[in-house]
Design a binder for this molecule. Structure first.
Ligand code: SF4
Length: 460
């Protein structure tokens, strides 16, 4: 009977813990984001990130979202593994399995390759899909040592996901200490992607690469060319973060509020050569996040979902009713096939609406002929707009007391924090904290504590 029950659970499209976590997430979302295209609470419980693990970095960004105390903390593998393990355990408990989690702090490659691998394993152990966040200034030797077991020399991961932060707001990269123009970094971006291609070629370890860019008034007009330059390098996600006044105040250089998120998005679209339909799907609050999934075939970009076409909205709704938060990567092929069959049986309307959507997508791509000419590549454009610390601090303090602000700016900040899609775990209190609140409110004290626990031997 137990075996039967286990089999029944294993073949469900959604693990029951994920079903419960999705329902809880939906219930806690504020009313203004509970729209038909909202992915939180339906498809995912949210993105996750680590904190208080390795806050130190060996490059300098302007701005830097880390408190200045971060540089006083030594990077320590045992501490990192222990903290990652505790944080991921809480995320597994509250957010269910199969969610994307970023191994993020200062610079992840300041961890030795084995320590880095231990941290990733801890994340996988707790059902997370880890992505290492890096400035990308490391060598193939490091990547290979991370990927391979030091004793057997065999792969210790089947797949690695990395996000590389490359932009002209950064100082101190090897071979290009100071960058004046985004294009000057193209060789470094290409080299980063080439390392992962080599790893796949030599060891069969697949990869997913994202490119992160902080956007300021100085580099905003370089976005279109950057998108054109990057989209064939091997990145599958191009993510843009308009600069915010958060973290180390000594690194705030420009009038960041001189640009607005619409202007950033327009430039991304100019580079993509197409309209990017960010209203087709929403992740949390639209003031925080925009996401556009699409396919590239040659220089042609086709949106996965047309936000103006109600038939695409219907197809998305049917997909979610049928599959919910199903993880299409988890389990073996046979298990996935049974899960898909059960999802279709749960909501058979997904088949005709999915088939019609696929036909529309094929037309958008340019038909079968275009497919024969070139294999389509999935590409996702993302914009994530962190909030200013001066708004987050009072908003967060009021929220801790269960109060809603009278001030429209602070109230808007509270709304966004409530709908936050990027959480960090605090096992000591059993709570999850939005990354904005983590960086604006909690990081400075946390880093002071860490500096006492793990004092850096130098301050470089
Ligand atoms: S509240 Fe902050 S961390 Fe959360 S989604 Fe919005 S901008 Fe991102």
């Amino acid at each position: 009977m137990t075996r039967l029950r286990e089999l029944e659970i294993a073949t469900r499209p959604e693990h029951p813990d994920l079903s419960a976590a999705l329902a809880a997430r939906w219930a806690e979302l504020p009313a203004h984001v509970k729209r038909p295209n909202q992915m939180l609470g339906r498809r995912m419980t949210g993105c996750e990130g680590t904190h208080g693990v390795f806050p130190r970095c060996n490059l300098a960004c302007t701005p830097c979202y880390h408190a200045k105390e971060a540089q006083r903390v030594r990077t320590d593998g045992d501490h990192t593994e222990r903290e990652v393990d505790r944080q991921m355990a809480l995320l597994r408990e509250l957010r269910g399995p199969g969610q994307h989690a970023q191994l993020i702090g200062g610079e992840v490659t300041l961890l030795g390759p084995d320590d880095h691998a231990r941290a990733l394993r801890a994340m996988i152990r707790h059902g997370r899909k880890p992505m290492s966040m890096t400035h990308g200034d490391f060598d193939y030797d490091y990547l290979e040592q991370l990927a391979l077991d030091p004793v057997s020399g065999k792969p210790r991961f089947e797949h690695l996901a990395f996000a590389g932060h490359f932009d002209s707001t950064m100082l101190g990269r090897r071979g290009i200490e100071r960058v004046h123009d985004e294009a000057e970094l193209n060789d470094h971006r290409a080299r980063f992607c080439a390392m992962f291609e080599r790893l796949e070629r030599e060891h069969g370890i697949t990869h997913y690469l994202a490119h992160n860019m902080t956007v300021t008034p100085r580099n905003i007009d370089q976005i279109p060319q950057l998108v054109r330059d990057c989209r064939r390098m091997g990145f599958r996600m191009l993510s843009f973060q308009p600069a915010a006044y958060i973290g180390n105040e000594a690194r705030w250089k420009d009038e960041y509020r001189a640009i607005c998120t619409d202007e950033v998005w327009q430039r991304i679209e100019r580079g993509a050569g197409a309209r990017l339909h960010h209203n087709a799907e929403q992740v949390g609050d639209v003031r925080c996040n925009r996401t556009a999934h699409g396919l590239s075939v040659g220089d042609r970009y086709a949106t996965l979902l047309d936000e103006d076409d109600p038939r695409d909205a219907r197809a998305l709704a049917d997909f979610i009713v049928a599959f919910g938060g199903m993880d299409f990567e988890a389990g073996g092929r046979r298990l996935r096939a049974v899960r898909v069959a059960r999802a279709i049986a749960r909501h058979p309307a997904v088949l005709p609406s999915g088939a019609r959507w696929a036909a529309r997508l094929l037309r958008r791509i340019g038909g079968v002929r275009a497919l024969r000419r070139e294999r389509p590549r999935a590409i996702t454009y993302v914009m994530h707009a962190f909030m200013d610390a001066r708004d987050v601090r009072p908003a967060w303090e009021l929220m801790q007391r269960g109060e809603v602000s009278d001030d429209p700016t602070i109230r808007a900040t509270q709304e966004r924090l409530q709908a936050c899609s990027y959480a960090m775990a605090h096992p000591e209190s059993g709570t999850l904290v939005p990354a904005c609140a983590q960086h604006a409110v909690l990081d400075p004290l946390e880093n002071l504590r860490l500096a006492r626990l793990l004092p850096a031997r130098d301050r470089s």
